[in-house]
Ligand binder design. Structure first.
Ligand code: MN
Length: 230
């Protein structure tokens, strides 16, 4: 194989303890905590739905480092959404929920950064969310922690603060569709691939950030993800 242009370096995320996790696809689950669904104007347990970000939308932040995200163009309402990210090690299609843990390589803390004004406009017009969700650097993510070290993550606090003030707080046990159910549903629609990341949804309290803000996200057992907006 001889490429006619130089292929870009594959997107990747550092792994705690060494090495890098290569990123294939980035799936995101919408409205997966009840209180957040309510703040977005919805109620009830609707079936999970998904959108994607490009793999190279990751902004990989090494353990203990502060990621630097440029304030993106076209928006005046850049929102934070703190999320548990599941890293798929073994692909598959139509994976049963009970078998899902065998497909998980690890976990990370991620931010589903959102140009809320553009997403809202697209919703209103019935158009795709891509411009609101899938822009450059829209997926800041901390290092991947192997499941062999963390065990299965099913409960524990998930929080986000901006400049030291808490904005979002929830618990992984409050996910409407838990990680195993999400993998079951997602793998019916797409054959999951090694390297896929799944952003599992955000708890209530989403809001805007501006240049100069410092975001600190935590998930119990995964440390802290720190990102500064330039
Ligand atoms: Mn989200």
């Amino acid at each position: 194989m001889s490429f006619v242009i130089t292929p870009p370096r594959p997107a990747a995320v550092p792994v705690v303890g060494g090495g890098e996790f290569p990123v294939t696809r980035i799936y995101c689950v919408g409205r997966n905590y009840a209180e957040h669904a309510q703040e977005m104007g919805f109620t009830g347990r609707e079936p999970p739905f998904f959108f994607l970000k490009p793999a190279d939308a990751v902004l990989a932040v090494a353990d203990g480092a502060t990621g630097e995200m440029d304030y993106p163009p076209l928006t005046k309402n850049l929102h934070h959404e703190i999320e548990l990210v599941v890293a798929i090690g073994t692909g598959g299609r139509s994976i049963a929920a009970a078998d899902a843990p065998k497909h998980i390589w690890g976990y990370a803390i991620g931010l589903d950064m959102t140009r809320r004004d553009l997403q809202g406009e697209m919703k209103k017009q019935g158009r795709p969310w891509c411009i609101g969700k899938g822009f450059d650097q829209s997926a800041p993510i901390g290092p991947v922690h192997p499941i062999t070290k963390t065990g299965e993550l099913t409960r524990g606090a998930i929080t986000l603060s901006v400049n030291g003030a808490q904005r979002q707080k929830g618990d992984l046990s409050e996910l409407i569709w838990n990680v195993n159910e999400t993998i079951e549903t997602l793998s019916q629609a797409w054959a999951l691939q090694p390297g896929d990341l799944i952003f599992t949804g955000t708890p209530a309290g989403v809001g805007a950030v501006v240049s100069g803000d410092v975001l600190e996200g935590t998930v119990a057992g995964l440390g802290t993800l720190r990102v500064a907006i330039r």
